[in-house]
Design a protein around this ligand. Structure first.
Ligand code: V47
Ligand code: SF4
Length: 387
């Protein structure tokens, strides 16, 4: 791969792009200005080759997935993010749902005996679902299935919960962790920069609040993910600003596992007039994230949002994780217009998707401990084990 970077350096038309390629080759960090230059001038082939060299240095061909399921406690939400196709205001909750603790436990129990390792719980911000409610949920899930990793609540949900309970971020996090919360998903980050945040999600937790919640989790030894909702009204400099804040926090704590760029989908929301990004722009986004976020171990493509074939493509643009089987009827994306109306992929399908891209499929747990290498899997031999 270093010879192909040498070719890039020799043939780059722009000397500043050649300098970035040299830095990547020497495993040096690129600056914000260089990141902006990649967004403005880096061709798909150029950023793709650099990102792929980083991906292969860090992970070789290994492409992770996990076996998880989602629970969405409610789509009722006190906030009104303009890009959201999913939430229903509390005042209009007739098309909303809210699950009781027993209903959520029934979902968990429906996976008894199945080799899932993670439950991912996120939803709207319901004014009546408070700390006590979610502490009870965590405790009951852990009592029923102690080995299941609970990855739950965006910083938006947590910020609201802690404020209502009049708890500091540290106290609130400590209580939920003690009740069974293992790690945080990356949602709610959107675009941190206030110029954009005020236009797309003015009323929820701001950048500093989001980062403080993740920092508090990291200080308790918990891991978390980070997302960025891109491809709407933000400019390239807002994407750089967003990733800079994450890179700085990661330098301090090392607690982030994965960065997940989320492609804005425009169906049935207040931003339907905003065009969606092209596949080429999506791939450039993944590649540049891989190059800039040198301290993030993993880059994930969330396949229900991108579609399976585009998710497969990302594996050549820096991505080394393709999320999980999901195996559920998660509604956040299908309601926003993603290709996947009821996202679910069996382990066999995920493995084949990764193999078709000539990568090595490896099942992981939430914290990237290897569960099984599927290199030798062929559906005819192993199918019974997989579904
Ligand atoms: O924060 C909402 C996004 C996020 C739209 O940590 C939209 O492993 C695109 O964060 N178009 C929640 N995106 C989901 C999330 C997530 C998903 C998968 C894995 C992980 C993880 C985290 O969904 C929200 C928001 O950015 N979202 N509406 C939309 N119209
Ligand atoms: Fe509520 Fe989250 Fe939708 Fe915003 S994105 S309206 S916080 S459910």
């Amino acid at each position: 791969m270093s010879s192909s970077i040498n070719t890039l350096i020799e043939t780059a038309l722009d000397p500043n792009l050649a300098a970035i390629a040299r830095k990547v080759q020497n495993q040096e960090r690129i600056t914000d200005e260089e990141c902006l230059l990649l967004f403005e001038k880096g061709s798909l082939a150029f950023v793709g080759a650099l990102a792929n060299s980083i991906r292969e240095k860090k992970h070789g061909d290994t492409t992770y997935f996990n076996r998880n399921f989602h629970i969405e406690p409610t789509n009722v939400c006190v906030f009104s993010c303009n890009f959201c196709s999913y939430s229903r205001l509390y005042a209009h909750k007739e098309d909303g749902w809210e699950l009781s603790i027993d209903q959520m436990l029934d979902i968990v129990k429906s996976y008894d005996g199945k080799p899932v390792t993670e439950v991912h719980i996120v939803g709207g911000v319901h004014p009546k679902m408070n700390m006590a409610y979610f502490i009870e949920l965590m405790q009951k899930i852990k009592a029923h299935r102690p080995d299941l990793h609970v990855k739950a609540f965006t910083a938006v949900e947590l910020d609201y919960m802690f404020r209502k309970a009049k708890l500091s971020v540290e106290e609130g996090m400590q209580q939920l962790h003690a009740a069974g919360l293992d790690s945080l998903p990356g949602g709610g980050a959107e675009i941190f920069h206030p110029e954009i945040r005020e236009q797309i999600c003015a009323d929820k937790v701001d950048a500093d609040g989001w980062l403080a919640i993740h920092e508090a989790a990291h200080k308790l030894g918990m891991h978390s993910n980070a997302t960025m909702l891109y491809g709407h009204i933000e400019k390239f400099e807002h994407r750089v600003d967003h990733m800079r804040r994450l890179r700085e926090l990661q330098d301090r704590t090392g607690g982030f596992n994965t960065f997940i760029p989320l492609k804005f989908r425009n169906q049935d929301n207040d931003m339907s007039h905003v065009a969606e990004s092209s596949v080429a722009e999506d791939m450039r986004m993944y590649a540049i994230a891989r190059i800039y976020l040198d301290n993030f171990p993993h880059l994930k493509a969330y396949w229900p949002m991108l579609g399976r074939q585009n998710a497969q493509l990302t594996l050549s643009f820096g991505v080394n994780d393709i999320d999980g089987t999901i195996d559920d009827t998660t509604k956040i994306y299908s309601m926003a217009g993603s290709e996947e109306q009821n996202p679910a992929m069996s382990t066999g399908e995920l493995v084949m998707l990764i193999k078709q891209a000539k990568r090595k499929p490896v099942e992981r747990d939430t914290l990237y401990k290897v569960i099984r290498d599927y290199s030798d899997y062929t559906p005819t031999v192993d199918a019974a084990l997989l579904n």
